[in-house]
Design a protein around this ligand. Structure first.
Ligand SMILES: [Zn+2]
Length: 491
């Protein structure tokens, strides 16, 4: 059985062009060594490439469980052993880099396509797990909003959690550090044997390109600084982002704000997120445009106050964005609860760069991380009455209108649905109780799935509105336009 499983896995990877026919016997012997079985004379027959790689990995992993190579049968431990297997099919980092740049020279799109293909076929990006994510689009007052409920991050089994407590690390310094390349993982670190990163020069500094294993959208990539240094948004950020979209015009790249609450989940390591995807913010209506020199400033109708700065001249755009950032840093409007500083500075920006056929754009979203007595987690952060759906930071992906909601919601929403269908009362101690009561008062018998999807989208829109500094009121809009006008014309 295990012989056949090995043969089929190798055949599949050959069809997927992870390896060549010349590699097949080598891999058969390597897999025998890994599984401590005697080498045999393999034959490589046709296999179906319509199946995901998991289909061919499963029998090998089952064998590894049976033979105690995987001591406790949890998803986490299976992932670790699977990564060891798949690493045998991977090019070494130096070889992959050489291959990438060989293609990159003529065709950056093909270079990223090939690299992405390897990341998926090696199961570094677990496509079949990601395919189980919930994903839909709903209309709202701003255009559309996209909802994803994410299951691709493996949930830890209590046995994994107990083991993880025993393991503390100083190396690598954080989950993003380049030192993860080839790391076998353990109870606290996810396996990264098949992890490969590509060196890039941005603003004359060394960065690395990698794909996110959780892939929140198409070709979700991360660009990380070579050193473990903290996030810091400034002139250098705009230069790096634009250098990147010049190299890879088919990708966007953005940075989270450099302050807690309004920043991303990892502030300790300078990094950016990009990819090849279209986001709702790209279709936002323009409220008003200002022009200065070769640069245009579009004020967007969007729940989070955003200015789209556009120019064919990269250098002019960088200076314009930096000027906008500095103007915002000094802005204050106490009537609107915008305080630039208390015991620490509060104003920050979330920038996102794109290259539309040589027209460079930078979306600058204004952020503020003030906390108050009523809103201890943040005044411009999802408010408490929405925490049952979302309480995490609103990072750059969500700023663009793509919700990344926690996997727990799938079960919770089906409980809510049940209560509607069976007309059962909903438990009062449930975190969604208040919301369900409100929904029941407006529900009029429409399709329940569609109704709940719509209500989640409405909630998420409100979460984004909570995070916006200038509110969707006459005063808010007026102050926003005045701020931009003053910044553009230096009034
Ligand atoms: Zn780090």
């Amino acid at each position: 059985m295990i012989h056949q499983a090995i043969e089929q896995l190798i055949s599949y990877c050959t069809y997927q062009e992870l390896i060549t026919v010349e590699d097949q016997i080598y891999l058969s012997n390597q897999l025998c060594a890994l599984l401590d079985i005697e080498a045999f004379d393999p034959s490589f027959d046709e296999v179906s490439i319509d199946e995901p790689i998991d289909f061919y990995l499963k029998p090998v992993l089952d064998y590894a469980v049976k033979e105690k190579f995987i001591p406790i049968d949890t998803t986490w431990n299976r992932d670790i052993f699977e990564d060891k297997i798949m690493n045998l099919f991977m090019p070494r980092p130096g070889d992959l880099t050489k291959q990438f740049y060989h293609t990159m020279f003529d065709d950056p799109l093909k270079a990223t396509n090939d690299y992405y293909h390897i990341a998926k076929q090696s199961n570094y990006i677990k496509t079949s797990r990601i395919n189980k994510n919930i994903h839909y689009v709903k209309e709202n007052d701003y255009g559309t909003v996209e909802i994803t409920i994410n299951l691709s991050k493996p949930e830890k089994d209590p046995r994994d959690i107990a083991k993880a407590k025993e393991e503390k690390h100083n190396y690598p310094a954080c989950l993003l550090c380049k030192e993860h390349v080839g790391h076998q993982g353990d109870a606290s670190l996810p396996p990264r044997m098949t992890h490969r990163i590509i060196p890039l020069t941005l603003n004359n500094e060394l960065f690395y390109l990698q794909y996110s294993p959780y892939s929140y959208y198409n070709e979700h990539c991360i660009v990380l600084h070579e050193d473990h240094i903290p996030m810091n948004v400034g002139l250098h950020t705009f230069k790096r982002l634009l250098d990147f979209v010049e190299l890879f015009p088919h990708y966007f790249l953005g940075s989270n704000a450099g302050l807690p609450i309004v920043g991303g989940s990892i502030l300790s390591h300078e990094h950016y997120q990009g990819g090849r995807a279209h986001f709702p913010i790209e279709d936002a209506k323009v409220i008003q445009s200002f022009t200065k020199g070769n640069t245009t400033y579009d004020v967007l109708h969007w729940p989070l106050s955003t200015i789209r700065i556009k120019s064919k001249n990269k250098e002019e755009l960088i200076q314009a964005a930096e000027h906008m950032r500095l103007s915002w840093k000094e802005y204050e409007n106490k009537a609107l609860n915008i305080y630039k500083k208390t015991d620490q500075p509060h104003n920050a920006v979330t920038p996102v760069a794109r290259n539309k056929g040589g027209l460079y754009t930078l979306d600058i979203t204004l952020r503020n991380n003030l906390t108050t007595k009523d809103h201890p987690m943040g005044l411009f952060h999802p408010h408490e009455n929405h925490h049952h759906i979302k309480k995490e930071n609103i990072g750059l992906i969500e700023v663009m209108g793509l919700a990344i909601l926690p996997g727990r919601l799938i079960d919770e929403l089906s409980l809510i649905k049940e209560s509607f269908l069976e007309d059962k009362s909903f438990p009062q101690d449930n975190i969604h109780y208040q919301w369900v009561e409100e929904l029941k008062s407006i529900y009029s018998g429409q399709d329940i799935d569609d109704f709940l999807d719509q209500q989640v989208a409405i909630k998420f829109t409100k979460v984004l509105e909570d995070s916006g500094v200038f509110k969707q009121t006459k005063e808010g809009e007026e102050a926003f336009l005045n701020f931009v006008k003053d910044a553009v014309y230096d009034l």
